[in-house]
Design a protein around this ligand. Structure first.
Ligand SMILES: [Zn+2]
Length: 114
């Protein structure tokens, strides 16, 4: 494997220690990230190079003047250098559509030990 340095993707996030040759990698590929960035938890990592990320967010409900917890599932590309697994907290960034359902890429993984 080539020892390419991870490029700066301009989000204030540190790149991974490992390198990869995935062209759909935000750090090592030609892919550029733009748009939204958010944290989520990996719900499923069963398919190769794809993770399903659960995205919890608060939605304001005007009727009750309160926030309501909502969840949605997002599929994201999981490049080989990220190795996101089920239960990991990940930061995913928006990109161009990568496949029929994927428009996000995993850019950072925080391994959960709980
Ligand atoms: Zn990579």
């Amino acid at each position: 494997m080539k020892n390419e340095k991870a490029k700066d993707i301009g989000l204030g996030i540190k790149g991974p220690k490992e390198s990869c040759t995935d062209s759909k990698c935000a750090w090592h590929g030609e892919l550029s990230v733009r748009g939204r960035l958010f944290k989520g938890k990996v719900k499923s990592a069963k398919s190769s190079k794809t993770v399903i990320v659960e995205w919890g967010y608060n939605k304001f409900v005007p009727k009750y003047q309160r926030y309501e917890r909502r969840k949605s599932n997002v599929t994201a590309h999981n490049p080989p250098c990220m190795k996101a697994r089920e239960g990991d907290s990940v930061i995913i960034a928006e990109s161009r559509p990568l496949s029929k359902t994927k428009t996000f890429i995993v850019v950072n993984v925080e391994r959960g030990k709980e």
